[in-house]
Design a protein around this ligand. Structure first.
Ligand code: NAD
Length: 354
């Protein structure tokens, strides 16, 4: 069993990863500042486990990050904390530079100072897994897929900040020898995704009979990966990933946004038929496209399959059905977010709970 530090563990992917690691018996420290996207109630089912602890710390605060790493002495760091919403990065890019770039620098530097003082065997075992996105590669035409050697070509302040962080992470490997591994993942979906991202937005709009906004003509294509498959890939990378290497993680599941929205409307109508008998798809409303909206992303995940033996397990129809069912069965989770109740009673930064 390992000591594993996860940043951003109160967010969508982080909470799913922590649940998996805690249930496997690892000792997990969740380092999260609880921005609007962080929600500790996503971890209610593991919060009282003796092998889980939470530290409310911002990765922009080097002294606090350094203190947590020195005290916890991790075998693995999974770095997920980030500002992650493209639309917010367009409206307010400064926070993205601060968290995604400076925060990553702080974490790398604090990890390096800790790692240098570890025993030789602990140094060999240590991994810093930097969790990045396929968006750093820019946009594809109608064919081809991103491989690990695709050139960087980020278009939004979000993807540019993630690209900068990737370069820092890999430089800390080549310059200082820190055992860094970088992952690039496609769009995730599944339980506990904050209701500002496309899939929960569509599900909740259907349930509330509100217009479903679709950017442009809805023909932008994304590759969708079920979050549990992503978390399994991350754990494998943390165990077997080779320092200095990059691994692309994808669902082999491309869909145009409009097709995805129609699929979700149909599933909601099956699982909770509407009182007025109209299809939820009648709620679809086309809205002005996002500036710099990338046309298509697709991941070639053959390297992680070939070298580390990972491939996604969940297929599109069961994954989307399970996701809709989760939002139907967990209405208080998202109602508390929509009303803002989930942010009540939060402490200021610096609190730690075991
Ligand atoms: P999210 O927005 O749901 O969660 C981010 C978490 O980071 C939140 O809990 C937030 O409180 C925390 N955080 C933000 N700023 C912080 C700071 N300064 N200090 C400490 N914690 C801070 O994000 P997500 O969707 O779970 O994504 C996690 C990671 O995976 C991100 O790095 C993102 O770039 C990457 N990624 C996400 C997707 C996706 O589809 N969601 C796809 C590929 C890669």
């Amino acid at each position: 069993m390992k000591r594993i530090l996860v940043t951003g563990g109160a967010g969508f992917i982080g909470c799913n990863l922590i649940r998996q690691l805690v249930r496997a018996g690892h000792c997990v420290l969740n380092v999260d500042s609880l921005t609007y996207a962080g929600n500790l109630s996503s971890l209610n089912d593991v919060a009282s486990q003796p092998n889980y602890a939470f530290a409310q710390v911002s990765i922009t605060d080097f002294a606090s990050v350094h203190r947590e790493i020195q005290a916890f002495r991790p075998h693995t760091v999974f770095h997920l904390a980030a500002e992650s919403h493209v639309d917010r990065s367009i409206d307010g890019p400064r926070q993205f530079v601060s968290t995604n770039i400076e925060g990553t620098f702080n974490l790398l530097q604090a990890s390096l100072e800790y790692w240098r003082l570890c025993s030789h065997s602990d140094q060999q075992q240590f991994r810093f897994v930097h969790v990045s996105t396929d968006e750093v590669y820019g946009s594809l035409g109608s064919t081809g897929k991103f491989t690990e050697t695709s050139p960087y070509d980020p278009h939004s302040p979000y993807s540019a900040s993630k690209a900068a962080a990737d370069h820092l992470a890999l430089a800390w490997h080549s310059t200082y020898g820190l055992p860094v591994v970088v992952t690039h993942c496609s769009n995730n979906y599944g339980p506990y995704q904050f209701p500002e991202k496309l899939i929960p937005v569509v599900i909740l709009k259907c349930l509330r009979s509100e217009p479903i906004p679709v950017y442009g003509n809805g023909q932008n294509v994304r590759d969708w990966l079920y979050v549990a498959d992503h978390c399994e890939a991350l754990e494998i990378v943390g165990n077997l990933g080779q320092p200095g290497q990059t691994y692309n993680i994808g669902g082999n599941n491309e869909m145009a946004n409009l097709d995805l929205v129609h699929l979700l409307c149909d599933i909601v109508d099956q699982q909770q038929p509407r009182n007025d008998g109209r299809p939820s798809s009648a709620l679809i409303t086309f809205v002005t496209d996002r500036p710099g909206h990338d046309q298509r992303y697709a991941i070639d995940a053959s390297k992680i399959h070939r070298e580390l033996g990972w491939s996604p397990k969940q297929d599109r129809s069961t994954g989307m059905r399970d996701t809709v069912r989760w939002y139907l069965q967990n209405q208080s989770w998202w109602q508390d977010i929509l009303t803002g109740k989930y942010r009540l009673g939060r402490q200021g930064l610096g609190a730690s709970t075991g």
